[in-house]
Design a protein around this ligand. Structure first.
Ligand code: SAM
Ligand code: SF4
Ligand code: SF4
Length: 336
């Protein structure tokens, strides 16, 4: 492992987010709105998407540069065929000590056991409401809560560590904060509230639709008192809290009102093999061409290192400082 690789703000490279597809079976209004990602939308052709062998090779190289944790994402990662094969390959890489997946959960019930058997450690399931009508409105009328809840339980039964992500949008699902908190408290699953972000260029984000960390905690704390917890490790994205009565944990990911760029150690590789050094980057660095040009490992390592060494991204901090945004990559390309 290379401990000395740091970016221009002294941040190491520790986490790799690997997007395995740009396609999704949902059309969440804040991520892939149907008006933009409709039937005519041109998704990536198959041959421009990295193969599992290419992803494995890249991950092995990233591990040599300090990456210890890998998160598989999308689009919807469970749409990628034979995903357990990729998990197996990544689990065998020296230095990788944690593999997680972020999924909308709709296809999880059938796949949970195979993913666990392949070496997956953790799964984060996105669910924005328990109210059927609200959930359908938010996911573009593509799925129901029952399917996702079955996926969550199947993951827990398979022995995967489970977390739930809820993106909170004022006027859309802010009234669901408390019912979600109560439900997952009773199920003993960690629920994390995510401030609605201005990712991509298609969701029409407005600051006044953000429900900030303080308000989220107030709403829950008034009904079920909370106390703060120490971070598990430096650079953890969620601030952690627990209920005073039963100790069940919750988290808040406050990228808008309380950003955390100073400890961001995450690199993202899109399904087409572009390296993004920030969720809000304008463009990525093409690693696929390098891979397919027959480049040796050392050359690819040098290329990734030189990209990381000059990294200066701190988009969410700059947003708070009032700096205007440029054109950003879409979330469904790089997976959050
Ligand atoms: N399809 C999978 C899913 O939904 O879990 C993985 C990809 S999705 C892009 C990853 C995460 O990003 C999800 O938890 C989703 O809710 C979150 N997300 C998408 N758009 C967002 C936005 N505008 N603000 C905050 N979180 C967002
Ligand atoms: Fe699909 Fe996930 Fe984006 Fe929703 S958030 S549209 S499930 S990629
Ligand atoms: Fe990291 Fe960019 Fe998010 Fe800041 S805005 S935490 S640099 S991904």
């Amino acid at each position: 492992m290379n401990d000395s690789l740091t970016d221009s703000l002294q941040r190491p490279l520790r986490d790799l987010r690997l997007s395995v597809t740009d396609r999704c079976n949902f059309r969440c209004t804040y991520c892939m709105p149907e008006e933009v990602f409709g039937p005519d939308f041109k998704f990536l052709p198959k041959d421009s998407i990295l193969t599992f062998e290419e992803m494995e090779r890249l991950t092995r190289l990233f591990a040599r540069l300090g990456v210890e944790k890998v998160r598989i994402t999308g689009g919807e990662p469970l749409l990628r065929r034979e995903l357990p094969k990729l998990i197996e390959k990544i689990a065998a890489i020296e230095g990788i000590r944690d593999i997680a997946i972020t999924t909308n959960g709709s296809l999880l019930r059938k796949q949970a056991a195979a993913l666990k058997a392949a070496g997956l450690d953790r799964v984060t399931i996105s669910l924005d409401s328990l109210d059927e009508e609200t959930f359908r409105k938010l996911n573009g009328n593509k799925s129901n809560t029952e399917r996702v809840l079955e996926g969550i339980e199947a993951a827990a039964e398979a022995g995967l560590q489970v977390k739930i992500n809820m993106v909170v949008q004022k006027g859309k699902n802010s009234e669901d904060i408390l019912p979600m908190a109560e439900y997952f408290k009773s199920k003993k699953h960690i629920l994390r509230f995510i401030e609605y972000m201005d990712v991509g260029n298609t969701n029409g984000w407005k600051m006044d639709e953000v429900v900030g960390k303080k308000e989220i905690l107030n709403r829950i704390g008034q009904a079920m008192p909370l106390e703060p917890l120490e971070p598990n490790y430096k650079g953890e994205v969620a601030s952690r809290y627990r209920y005073e009565d039963d100790g069940q944990e919750i988290g808040v990911i406050s990228s808008v009102t309380d950003s955390f760029c100073s400890t961001c150690s995450r690199a993202r590789v899109s399904a087409e093999g572009k390296l993004y050094t920030c969720l809000f980057a304008e463009d990525g660095h093409d690693l696929k061409s390098l891979l397919r040009s027959g480049a040796a490992d050392e050359e690819i390592l040098r290329s990734i290192s030189s990209i990381w060494e000059v990294r200066a991204d701190r988009y969410s901090d700059e947003r708070r400082e009032g700096k205007p945004a440029g054109h950003k990559v879409e979330m469904s390309r790089i997976g959050g």
